[in-house]
Design a binder for this molecule. Structure first.
Ligand SMILES: Cc1cc2nc3c(=O)[nH]c(=O)nc-3n(C[C@H](O)[C@H](O)[C@H](O)COP(=O)(O)O)c2cc1C
Length: 407
């Protein structure tokens, strides 16, 4: 199938082609967590790049619960005008522009100074790096209801600002994904135990969001095809959750995988599995897509047009691209014009896996920072240099965050 065919969504909306810019956290908000010039410039580059769908990096539903400092937060109307500007810029080239909504749960840095909330008091295990993350407190019933309300509020606000949809982040080991996994969810109440109970938060969030927005507003979910950890959320669990999502008027399901502990989204599993180097969730996604009534998108390792075609020919509806679009924001336009681009970053083969994972994120963020200043990308940047710059930047933004939050 041609990547340049349109896709009609269940709610009647259309995506102009089959390629999406996947969510990538930018850490480029202003000191009060609002989008401003840096994000505007970055998304202008992507809007000119002709992907049919642009997803924002994860936007927080609560400024006390951040995946990192410098993140965008949308919890009230205080900066709605700036969000309007951002939405206009993202949509200027005709793309659908969806906001990814997220709550980090336990995957939040200890030095942000906030009490982390999670389904259970199970801290991240990253060996000598574990202490960098906050010790989580099990959520009360009120905490859980508050999170559900917040997802709905942020979704309604994003519609008001002019975004055309939202994506609920239920993957990568963040809060909803923590509820789904028996390794992190040890609860014995109606939010834990059976898969039905563990999926309750996701399904309640989806229902609340759908109720808070109009029918033509798109609602998507990003779900792990598996956590890639022994005893974690696996493909059978994902199949069952997708069957439940089939009843929920979801417009697009994005399949990914992994968490901070097992960064499969970067092509690394922790359960002994070797992931294919390109389109590495395709095999699992193909099986899961067969039970999904809604269109399905796969993200991870895609950077060449023939691979996009392979993904689509396998019955998947959309191909999501992160890293390659950070290196070459006009990639889809270039492909449409017949160029054979295949942007790639040099692999980082450091022995200390958590450090290598941080460095590969830093190299991508280095590209986002350059684009946000109106500069060209620099894929050959040294990984160590990018990591040092990223750590200094994060330290400065962390200090700014703590001051602003009175921590
Ligand atoms: C710098 C960076 C930030 C990311 N931030 C997010 C995020 O905010 N939300 C999300 O769902 N995935 C995030 N991801 C994961 C990507 O969406 C994608 O699943 C992953 O990078 C694999 O796709 P790729 O090989 O095309 O990059 C991020 C990835 C990178 C490299």
């Amino acid at each position: 199938m041609s990547p340049f065919q349109t896709l009609k969504l269940p709610n009647g909306q259309t995506i102009g082609n089959r390629i999406a810019k996947a969510a990538m956290e930018e850490n480029l908000a202003d000191a009060d967590h609002s989008p401003d010039r840096a994000l505007f410039r970055l998304y202008q580059a992507w809007a000119e790049g002709e992907a049919g769908l642009l997803l924002t990096g994860n936007v927080m539903i609560d400024r006390r619960a951040m995946t990192g400092p410098g993140g965008v937060v949308l919890e009230d109307e205080r900066h709605l005008q700036r969000f309007r500007q951002w939405a206009d810029i993202g949509r200027a080239g005709g793309a659908q522009f969806w906001m990814q909504l997220n709550h980090p749960g336990r995957q939040t840095m200890a030095n942000l100074g906030q009490q982390a909330l999670a389904p259970s008091a199970v801290a991240l295990d990253l060996g000598s790096f574990s202490k960098m993350f906050a010790e989580p407190k099990p959520m009360t019933e009120d905490d859980i209801e508050d999170v559900i309300r917040r997802f709905a509020t942020s979704a309604a606000l994003s519609e008001k600002a002019g975004f055309t949809g939202v994506q609920i982040h239920a993957a990568h080991g963040y809060l909803i994904s923590q509820f789904l996994s028996p390794l992190t969810n040890r609860r014995t109440d109606r939010w834990g135990g059976t898969l039905e109970n563990r999926a309750r938060l996701l399904l309640d969030v989806v229902r609340a969001v759908r109720k808070a927005v109009s029918p033509q507003f798109c609602v998507a979910v990003k779900l792990n095809s598996a956590d890639f950890q022994r005893g974690g959320f696996d493909a059978d669990d994902a199949r069952q959750v997708i069957e439940w999502l089939n009843d929920q008027r979801i417009d697009l399901l994005e399949l990914s995988g992994g968490s901070y502990e097992a960064p499969a989204m970067q092509g690394e599993a922790r359960d002994g599995r070797t992931l294919a180097r390109e389109a590495y969730f395709l095999e699992m996604a193909g099986e899961l897509a067969s039970v999904a009534n809604m269109p399905v998108m796969v993200t991870g390792g895609i950077r060449r047009l023939p691979i996009v075609e392979q993904v689509l020919d396998s019955g998947i509806d959309m191909a999501g691209i992160g890293t390659a679009l950070a290196v070459e924001p006009l990639l889809v336009k270039h492909w449409r014009e017949g160029q054979n681009s295949h942007p790639q970053l040099p692999p980082i083969r450091w022995k200390r896996k958590p450090l290598a994972a941080l460095a590969s994120m830093a190299v991508v963020k280095f590209q986002l920072q350059r684009l946000s200043r109106g500069r060209t990308t620099q894929p050959q940047v040294s990984a160590i240099w990018a990591l040092i710059l990223d750590r200094l930047y994060i330290a400065r933004r962390t200090k700014q965050y703590r001051q602003a939050m009175g921590k």
